[in-house]
Design a protein around this ligand. Structure first.
Ligand SMILES: CC(=O)N[C@H]1[C@@H](OP(=O)(O)OP(=O)(O)OC[C@H]2O[C@@H](n3ccc(=O)[nH]c3=O)[C@H](O)[C@@H]2O)O[C@H](CO)[C@@H](O)[C@@H]1O
Ligand SMILES: C=C(OP(=O)(O)O)C(=O)O
Length: 423
């Protein structure tokens, strides 16, 4: 099993190019199922969840190829889907596989999708996805671990979810694009990945208004067209990868330019990093971060966009571990997203957890040790802690990290980190 070996204590200097957003790429790859014509996406990140999604789509009969001359370009052709199914073996490692439900049901009138497997950060039910499809007229039952859904043609509906759900909103958007009549999504998620998906669907002929707000209106159309390479949809930069590098520099010190990054999607994180003492400048497509002194501890509470993202909680906590002062960190989205705490403590951090709140008292330095990654962003927080810890840190089980980061260790090496992959 791959591990990362990090020798901490080096400042980070230079330039990093941010990849396309995992959480935009996954629904957008699934959106190719909505058209019988080829769909091309640009800025597709090279990470495990994308490979798993391509495998899942190919298993249904979709052809999916990365361009040889432009490796961040993927063209998918869902003209001959033979099996509108997502089997357990292919979905167990990736919860986002639920994103095939809406498109399959909308275009083929049937979908058999394994319930996603359990997840370290919380139970993550998909009841809202199912209720939404039922509201659109689908007959849905859950049997033997599978969601089995059928509909002659989905019908537009008003869907108000019990909570804000990102992939739920994406599934409804894709389903409603081909439904008969109008769908109104109330309490819709506003994360930047939602308007990005909506823009892609609009380029394919969908009629959508209000994306990026809590109320989205979709007028269903008979069919969607493809996207030729010349009209390819460009996936937005990964705001969580961006935030992870910003935290790494704020913790380790240094001066790094992030290229192909969008500071506009990271307002809450940038504000907190400035409070912590980092200098951050940003322009069109770039962010520069400088840090030269011990950070100040900064508290925060995760919440839906545009508030502080849960997917940045662990990485910012790693920064607080070496900061001056005590920070109160509250997680409101997932019930079990403090799995990194015990591992950070193994590196010398002082953290006390009380329910959904962690109190992090900064220490002047961490000391390297072997630690285990428990989920994707927990892994990233351990890497950040390893970059500042004295001596060697080994991060085990980095398959979690590979699920959602595009060549993280190579990018960190490129800005001066002493980090390597070992067996
Ligand atoms: C692929 C992708 O985009 N993943 C992101 C997406 O996950 P995901 O879309 O799975 O997260 P949701 O926004 O749906 O979850 C928010 C909360 O609602 C609950 N819930 C959700 C749906 C449902 O049917 N029933 C239910 O109870 C969840 O358990 C959670 O407590 O948004 C999360 C919250 O920003 C991010 O951490 C993930 O990185
Ligand atoms: C939790 C995450 O992803 P997923 O929803 O795919 O598990 C994440 O990206 O941090």
């Amino acid at each position: 099993m791959d591990k990362l070996l990090i020798r901490g204590g080096r400042q980070l200097q230079g330039e990093v190019t941010i990849s396309g957003a995992k959480n935009a790429a996954l629904p957008e790859l699934c959106a190719a199922l909505l058209s019988a014509e080829p769909v091309t996406l640009n800025n597709v990140p090279r990470l495990q969840d994308v490979s798993t999604t391509l495998k899942l789509l190919r298993n249904m009969g979709v052809t999916a190829e990365r361009s040889e001359s432009q490796p961040d370009q993927v063209t998918l052709d869902a003209g001959k889907v033979t099996k509108p199914e997502a089997p357990y073996d292919l979905v167990k490692t990736m919860r986002a596989s639920i994103l095939v439900l809406g498109p399959l049901l909308a275009r083929f009138g049937q979908a058999t999708v394994s319930l996603p497997g359990g997840c370290a950060i919380g139970s993550r039910p998909v009841d809202q996805h199912i209720k939404g499809m039922q509201a659109m007229g689908a007959d849905v039952k859950v049997e033997h671990g599978y969601i089995i859904a059928k509909a002659t043609r989905l019908k537009g509906a008003r869907i108000t979810t019990d909570m804000v759900t990102v992939t739920g909103t994406e599934n409804f958007l894709m389903a409603a694009a081909l439904a008969e009549g109008e769908t109104i999504l109330e309490n819709a998620a506003q994360e930047p990945e939602i308007p990005d998906l909506a823009e892609m669907l609009i380029k394919m002929g969908a009629k959508i208004e209000g994306h990026g707000t809590a109320r989205i209106r979709i007028q269903g159309v008979e069919k969607l067209t493809g996207l030729a390479p010349a009209a390819a949809h460009e996936i937005i930069p990964d705001r969580i990868e961006t935030g992870t590098f910003l935290c790494a520099v704020a913790a380790a010190g240094g001066d790094v330019l992030l290229k192909r990054a969008n500071a506009g999607h990271l307002g809450a994180v940038v504000d907190k990093l400035r409070e912590a003492g980092a200098t951050i400048e940003a322009g069109d497509g770039w962010i520069r971060v400088k840090a030269s002194q011990r950070p100040r501890a900064v508290g925060f509470k995760t919440s839906e966009y545009p508030a502080f993202p849960t997917d940045m909680q662990a990485q910012f906590m790693a920064l607080n571990c070496i900061a001056d002062g005590t920070a109160k960190v509250t997680e409101t989205i997932f019930e079990n997203r403090f799995m990194h705490v015990n591992e950070l403590v193994r590196l010398g951090a002082k953290i006390e957890v009380d329910g959904h709140t962690a109190y992090v008292t900064g220490v002047p330095g961490l000391s390297g040790a072997t630690v285990m990654a428990t989920d994707l962003r927990a892994s990233a927080s351990l890497v950040i802690a390893g970059l500042v810890a004295e001596g060697e840190t080994i991060v085990d089980r980095i398959y979690h990290l590979d699920r959602g980061y595009d060549q993280m260790e190579a990018k960190l090496r490129g800005i001066g980190a002493d980090i390597e992959r070992t067996k």
